[in-house]
Ligand binder design. Structure first.
Ligand code: DGT
Ligand code: CA
Ligand code: CA
Ligand code: ZN
Length: 592
């Protein structure tokens, strides 16, 4: 993995702080600070310079000691002097120093005298006034530190969309209950763009009595702190720790307001640049003709985009990538929607770790209007999820075949088969051959080196029986990092072998993530939007998977499980490498 200049600069910043705590000379401390500064602003990559054996002492601000340490870090991934310094320090000092207004000296005192090792313990020490016993910390400093601690918590914690969206809807419901004067409420910001994590929730309101609305908003039961109570905007923190902003708009200018606060910031910058070239200027109130200074207002977003000569851009596409060009194309092609899905190909039942019976899951899929469903319980190797042994799966095949008589929806018999650490699959080939759908997924040995993991996934894709690779990177948002792998090679191989890749709709996974799904779409890789449902409510999560597909720019025909039953049946009946041709002809069958 490449080593960035910033990584190295951060180490020297830490070292300066640690040396200061130790009481080293000001000159030595400054030398490290200066080095950190220089490196942060350096154009050339230090790693490149070291690999080319350059003399870093030529760079002003870098002396012999620093030169040697940079070499040491790039060659060994360690700096022994830094590690010695860390060992000498009491635990927690570096953590405490991440809080604004806590410098090295204070951090050292707080850690040693109060035994505080974490930010939670720091907060406890503030609340019971122990922090005041530290030399140099009075009431005022204590308050400031508490404040920055709260702000850090809000800033650091992005909330997964699966938590934020229901909260936003509940707040909207509560507001509508307590305030009769509301004309309309609109979600904006990252939540409206369906980002996978949400910094804060943005809501825009049109209301006949704005002042009252802004006030009752701050009085909702879930509000734990009021940040702003103004005439045009209020901001609060609610009990789950999320910040919610409520802004007031006029009906006549609602379009520009919602457009501006939906962002993304990068999208707005692109849009303003595009408008500027036409002699127009866009802001949250409307569009102004620069030459005359006359401003037009817009009641809705479509009118605003149209005024710029663009089609309406769905919020999911407002990433600041190529959406402005996309919107100049006069022939509209609609992004995929939930209603386009005709089947779900990754569903669990109470035979493995699901909570509902096979019948209930099939009924639910049938009620959604699906033409087909694949029942894919776990394979046996997966100890945690009570996977099915070979014998149990064989019983099950008979079971499901009998069930088919009771339903008109087509039931495919499948399995979510573990991809073992060595890339082989968890069931014997003859059993896999009997299955209609095989979702192959990684559930173990996730820490493998990128080369090994890439090869492991490629081996699975080269297996004739594997229809789909499930939740490719195994990430759990905010909890488990994705596995390391060479995404581009995997996408190439998926295309070559005719293996579909899953967009897993479970909001804690969203795997493939948007940018990878976009790349897959661009490379012509067949995608599938699955819910990985473990109970009947799981199917509702398809909205999150569809949002990822939309953010990836997918139209209906980029996604395999929008095919009619007939077409899908010929797709999976075709031997694998040739399957891609069926997908390509499907993809070409509509406007691209
Ligand atoms: P978040 O909350 O971090 O998940 O992301 P957003 O996109 O919801 O950001 P937020 O809540 O700070 O602001 C909402 C939108 O308002 C943002 O997407 C674009 C717009 N906006 C806010 N502040 C600025 C700004 O300083 N410059 C520009 N161009 N747009 C801004
Ligand atoms: Ca926001
Ligand atoms: Ca905001
Ligand atoms: Zn799984």
């Amino acid at each position: 993995m490449a080593i960035s200049n910033l990584q190295i600069a951060n180490i020297f910043t830490d070292m300066a702080a640690l040396l200061e705590i130790k009481g080293e000379s000001v000159f030595k401390v400054r030398a490290y600070q200066r080095a950190a500064n220089t490196i942060e602003n350096l154009e050339d990559s230090l790693e490149g310079l070291v690999r080319a054996k350059s003399d870093l002492k030529q760079i002003s601000g870098i002396g012999k000691a620093i030169n040697d340490k940079i070499y040491e870090y790039i060659e060994t991934a360690h700096i022994s002097a830094y590690e010695r310094l860390l060992e000498e320090l009491p635990e927690g000092v570096l953590t405490l120093m991440t809080v604004p207004y806590i410098g090295p000296k204070t951090a050292y005192l707080v850690a040693t005298q109060l035994g505080v090792k974490s930010l939670e313990e720091l907060e406890a020490a503030i609340l019971d006034n122990r922090l005041l016993t530290i030399d140099g910390i009075g009431d005022r400093t204590c308050q400031i530190i508490h404040r920055s601690l709260l702000e850090m918590r809000v800033k650091d914690q992005r909330t997964p969309i699966g938590e934020a969206l229901p909260i936003a809807h509940s707040i909207i419901d509560q507001l509508e209950t307590v305030c009769d004067d509301i004309v309309s409420l609109h979600i904006a910001g990252s939540l409206r763009r369906w980002e996978e994590t949400i910094g804060d929730i943005d809501i825009i309101a049109v209301c006949r009595d704005p002042k009252n609305l802004l006030k009752v908003f701050t009085e909702l039961e879930c509000v734990s702190e009021i940040l702003v109570l103004g005439d045009k905007k209020s901001s609060v923190i609610i009990d789950s720790g999320i910040q919610v902003d409520l802004r007031i708009a006029d009906t006549a200018a609602l379009g520009a307001m919602v457009q501006y606060f939906t962002g993304s910031q990068q999208h707005n910058i692109r849009l303003r640049d595009y408008a500027k070239a036409k002699g127009l200027s866009v802001n949250e109130y409307g569009i102004t003709e620069v030459s005359t200074g006359i401003q037009e207002t817009f009641a809705d977003e479509t009118a605003l985009y149209n005024r710029l000569g663009l089609r309406y851009i769905p919020p999911e596409l407002r990433l600041g990538l190529d959406e402005v060009e996309w919107a100049q194309d006069p022939i509209g092609c609609e992004l995929i929607t939930e209603a386009d899905l005709l089947g779900d190909l990754h569903v669990h039942t109470d035979w493995s770790d699901g909570n509902d019976s096979t019948e209930v899951m099939i009924e639910t899929a049938s009620d959604l209007g699906y033409e087909y469903i694949a029942i894919t319980d776990h394979s046996a190797g997966l100890g945690v999820a009570s996977g099915l042994s070979v014998d149990r799966l064989r019983d099950r095949l008979l079971d499901i075949r009998k069930l088919q008589d009771k339903f008109s929806i087509k039931i495919f018999i499948g399995s979510e088969v573990d991809i073992r650490a060595d890339g082989t699959l968890d069931y014997p080939d003859d059993l896999l051959d009997e299955l209609d759908i095989v979702v192959a997924s990684v559930h173990s040995a996730m820490g493998q080196h990128s080369d090994v993991m890439t090869q492991r996934l490629i081996s699975a894709m080269n297996h004739q029986a594997v229809t789909i690779v499930g939740h490719l990177t195994t990430r759990i948002i905010g909890q488990r990092p994705p596995v390391q792998c060479d995404m581009e090679r995997i996408l190439e191989e998926a295309k070559r072998t005719g293996t579909a890749l899953e967009i897993n709709s479970s909001p804690e996974r969203l795997d493939l993530k948007d940018i990878h799904a976009r790349l897959a779409r661009q490379m012509g890789v067949p995608l599938v939007v699955n819910t990985d449902s473990h109970d009947r409510l799981g199917f509702l999560q398809r909205k999150y998977g569809i949002a990822v597909a939309r953010r990836a720019g997918c139209l209906t025909n980029h996604v395999v499980n929008t095919m009619s039953l007939d077409r899908f049946t010929s797709y999976i009946s075709c031997p694998k490498p040739d399957r891609d041709a069926i997908f390509v002809s499907y993809a070409m069958s509509r406007n691209n």
